[in-house]
Write a protein that binds this ligand. Sequence first.
Ligand SMILES: Cc1cc2nc3c(=O)[nH]c(=O)nc-3n(C[C@H](O)[C@H](O)[C@H](O)COP(=O)(O)OP(=O)(O)OC[C@H]3O[C@@H](n4cnc5c(N)ncnc54)[C@H](O)[C@@H]3O)c2cc1C
Length: 431
Amino acid sequence: MKQQQNYVFKNWAKNVQSQVANYFQPETEEEIISVVKNHQKIRMVGTGHSWSGICATNEALLNLDYYNKITHIDKERKLVTVQAGIKLWQLNILLDKEGLALLNLGSIDQQSIAGAISTGTHGSGIQFQILGSQMREFSLIKADGSKQIINKEKDSALFNASVVNLGCLGVISEITLQVTDAFTLHDYTTTLPFDEVVEHLDDYLKDNDHFKLWWLPPCKDIIVFRYKRTHEKPDDSKIRVFLKDYLLSVVFYRFLVFIAKLFPFIAKSLNTMLTWNMKGPLDRIEKSYKVYIVPEPPLHRETEWTFDISRAKEILKAYKKFITENKYNLNFIQEIRFTKGDDFWLSGCYKRDALWLGLYNYAHEKWDKVLPEYEAFAKQYNGRPHWGKEFTMDKNYLHQQYEKIADFKKLKDEFDPGKKFENKFIEDLLG
Ligand SMILES: Cc1cc2nc3c(=O)[nH]c(=O)nc-3n(C[C@H](O)[C@H](O)[C@H](O)COP(=O)(O)OP(=O)(O)OC[C@H]3O[C@@H](n4cnc5c(N)ncnc54)[C@H](O)[C@@H]3O)c2cc1C
């Protein structure tokens, strides 16, 4: 097992940092159990892609980068068991080789499977639930080092309680996922007027398997992503991928947001130019996991909240007004997504189909002002923040919106009576 003392943990966005006494990277379940048994305080980290302080600790930190294999494939039932440190991109490639695929993904594939599931990571599509809904079973190493297997059918109540677990029930060791036959998506991406999309939102949601929006404020047009399942073969060209998805969307985009950071007053013109560039349309067929994933964005700040879909039109209109009127000069894409409701206690979509509204910005000097103002907006509409993104820890509000949080705390106390897996984030939320 790899170990390091005085390790400096930094999250992906580099807005969270902590000095860790002992960093462990076990390669077997026995090693995980021994770390758990031999430490009084431990936190787990996947790839550190959370903006919130959810992983930060000064004590022991456990990472499963070297515990990342597929351990079993049942091709008939399309069940795949993986070690919890596997990254989504590794899993996608291995599944593809077997003619299989995940049913749905978020916008990037860099996260570990356990880390992504633990914060309620999601993609977009009103018929699709958060990523954790693809789990059928998982094993947890609890605070005393014992192993508990939680199965979706056999332990349904416990399963619903612990899918979104914020890393405080124990170390997830193995996960069995329900996958599907590999499939292709028809991706039709273009721009349309913001107001028109809001007006016909229900049709867009119904007519597409996956539907999401990117808005570069204050443009009157919005970038519309529509993905539909198809039986056709991939037809995307490698040259287009290199020119558009790498040179333009990664290299050139990084340069542009950097310029907009130096000269915030040009953000509006850049946003207009970028929106115009996306008019395209992009019309391609590609393997599902390649379509879901967007080119890796530059380091930036994010908050994202879910709202009840029944109020989507009203909230989207208010969101547009809020951002436009406040003239934040946001120099980054604002993402708007949709997911199906679920029964997972700490899910942003608990018992309600959801609209997800993000507020994203490249290292912007006004982030400290923008974030609380956006939070005040989101609270007016009973928003629930994404656990992996930035939000102010307003315990009363969170307990009101996440209605099963008190029950979750009881479960946590049962699984971890000595508070081994608590850090400041968990203490502030549940303490
Ligand atoms: C560029 C970027 C794009 C993103 N896109 C999306 C998106 O499209 N949709 C979305 O919903 N979110 C998105 N996110 C947020 C991200 O998916 C979540 O924050 C996710 O939790 C990060 O996964 P991770 O492996 O980095 O986990 P970490 O951030 O390292 O950890 C998250 C939580 O998981 C726990 N954990 C990790 N491993 C284990 C384990 N083995 N056992 C128990 N607990 C564990 C940690 O303790 C912590 O509580 C994005 C983030 C970034 C930086």
